[in-house]
Design a protein around this ligand. Structure first.
Ligand SMILES: Cc1cc2nc3c(=O)[nH]c(=O)nc-3n(C[C@H](O)[C@H](O)[C@H](O)COP(=O)(O)OP(=O)(O)OC[C@H]3O[C@@H](n4cnc5c(N)ncnc54)[C@H](O)[C@@H]3O)c2cc1C
Ligand SMILES: *[C@@H]1O[C@H](CO)[C@@H](O)[C@H](O)[C@H]1NC(C)=O
Ligand SMILES: *[C@@H]1O[C@H](CO)[C@@H](O)[C@H](O)[C@H]1NC(C)=O
Length: 362
């Protein structure tokens, strides 16, 4: 409830009136651009509005809603330090704590139908013991199953865990974030950005939330794809999720159950490969025969934007036209939904640091 109330207009106005008066004196209404309208760009834009109530924030992107990688994701909140390589585990923990606080508060709020957050019980099955995962102390509940409980579920794994966590249905969450952003005065431009140089002299700070495209645009070749493939089934009788280490899992959302998966490093293909479809179906039917007979609604292939480490830092970039304050926030890999809220809080702090440096230079 407390995080949820952060979205009240009154809160935006009282967040830091001293700070906004300070900014108005030196640079009235700083102009800030966020490139990217995926879950990372939208969350970052909203947290900048919250921290800098006087700022004019614009989201610039060439893909929105259904066209983004964020839209199709499974959305399971299951943070894992090993999925976010190169970042201090304490930092991943902090991002995860913030994300769970926010998502769980939305899941129990009267708006959950629109935000797309659901409290969802499920099982993790494994042949090796899962010692102390990051999410154990965060999520609603986590408990190892007894051998008898495993037997009742008819699965061939040595270990099982009952986990109740939160699921984010991005087909609802992205439009909800966009509505909040516009309500708080944000503007949106639909265009392709060729170079950050376009922003020199126009914006005081530009935030780069371009996900996988950071690779081509920038030439940041440390961003690499991990190709994924999800099949959406109409299976309203499945009210829980299941995860295994054997490339077989399923996660329900509002209307469908997403089953996967594929994890192919450095494969750029966005085509649906019928061999992958057959493999996912075979593995998931074997894992959970109850999925058989569920009609396929749609299939989706996209690239998880990995970077080790994920890039969250500020930089002053020099161009022939002049210098530009930039904050980077991309490369969330397989955990973009899970970590987007926590990383965007930090990105908003980095934007504030840029603005503070500017005012002190004057
Ligand atoms: C199969 C699969 C399953 C997944 N499941 C989960 C899951 O269960 N849990 C989880 O946490 N994560 C999951 N993920 C990962 C998650 O989807 C990503 O990490 C996340 O969506 C990345 O968000 P983003 O905002 O960085 O990128 P995107 O959603 O790709 O958004 C990028 C934005 O940048 C814009 N852009 C890029 N370049 C330019 C340019 N030059 N000019 C203008 N605009 C530009 C685009 O238009 C777009 O709006 C999954 C991913 C896949 C592929
Ligand atoms: C994102 O950052 C990279 C690395 O600095 C930069 O080269 C690229 O132009 C940025 N992306 C966009 C869309 O501006
Ligand atoms: C990438 O995936 C496609 C589709 O499954 C496949 O046809 C292709 O051989 C793969 N390429 C590489 C380099 O693995």
């Amino acid at each position: 409830m407390s995080m949820y109330t952060h979205f009240k207009t009154s809160d935006y106005l009282t967040v830091s009136s001293i700070k906004s008066i300070y900014f108005r004196r030196f640079s009235s209404m700083p102009k800030i651009a966020v490139i990217g309208a995926g879950v990372v760009g939208l969350s970052t834009a909203i947290n900048i509005q919250k921290r800098q109530p006087s700022a004019e924030v614009t989201i610039i992107a060439d893909r929105f809603d259904k066209q983004t990688t964020s839209h199709g994701a499974g959305g399971l909140f299951r943070p894992n330090v090993e999925h976010t390589l190169g970042v201090n585990p304490d930092t991943v923990t902090r991002w995860s704590v913030e994300g769970f606080k926010f998502y769980s508060s939305l899941a129990v709020s009267p708006e959950s139908r629109d935000t797309g957050h659901m409290i969802m019980p499920g099982y993790v099955f494994s042949n090796t013991e899962i010692q102390n995962p990051l999410y154990k102390s965060l999520v609603f509940s986590f408990r190892q199953l007894t051998p008898d409980e495993l037997r009742k579920l008819s699965v061939n794994y040595k270990y099982g865990y009952q986990v109740t966590t939160v699921i984010t249905d991005c087909s609802r969450y992205l439009p909800w974030l966009m509505t909040r952003f516009k309500e708080h005065g944000g503007t949106v431009e639909n265009r392709h950005v060729k170079s950050l140089e376009e922003f020199v002299g126009e914006y005081e700070v530009v935030v780069n939330c371009t996900g996988f495209s950071s690779r081509e645009l920038v030439g940041d070749k440390s961003v690499y794809p991990v190709r994924g493939h999800l099949i959406r089934l109409k299976a309203p009788w499945i009210k829980y999720w299941v995860y295994t280490e054997d490339s077989a899992y399923f996660v329900p959302s509002f209307d469908t159950v997403a089953i996967g998966g594929i994890r192919q490093k450095n494969n750029f293909s966005l085509d649906i490969d019928p061999k992958d479809t057959a493999g996912i179906l075979e593995r998931c039917y074997k894992l959970w025969p109850s999925l058989k007979g569920a009609p396929i609604q749609r299939e989706w292939v996209d690239l998880r934007p990995h970077r080790d480490p994920l890039r969250l830092e500020k930089e002053v970039m020099k161009f022939p036209k002049g210098s530009l304050n930039v904050v980077h926030n991309y490369g969330h890999g397989a955990s973009g939904i899970t970590l987007s809220w926590g990383t965007s809080l930090d990105a908003a702090t980095l934007v504030a640091e840029h603005l503070n440096q500017n005012t002190s230079r004057l």
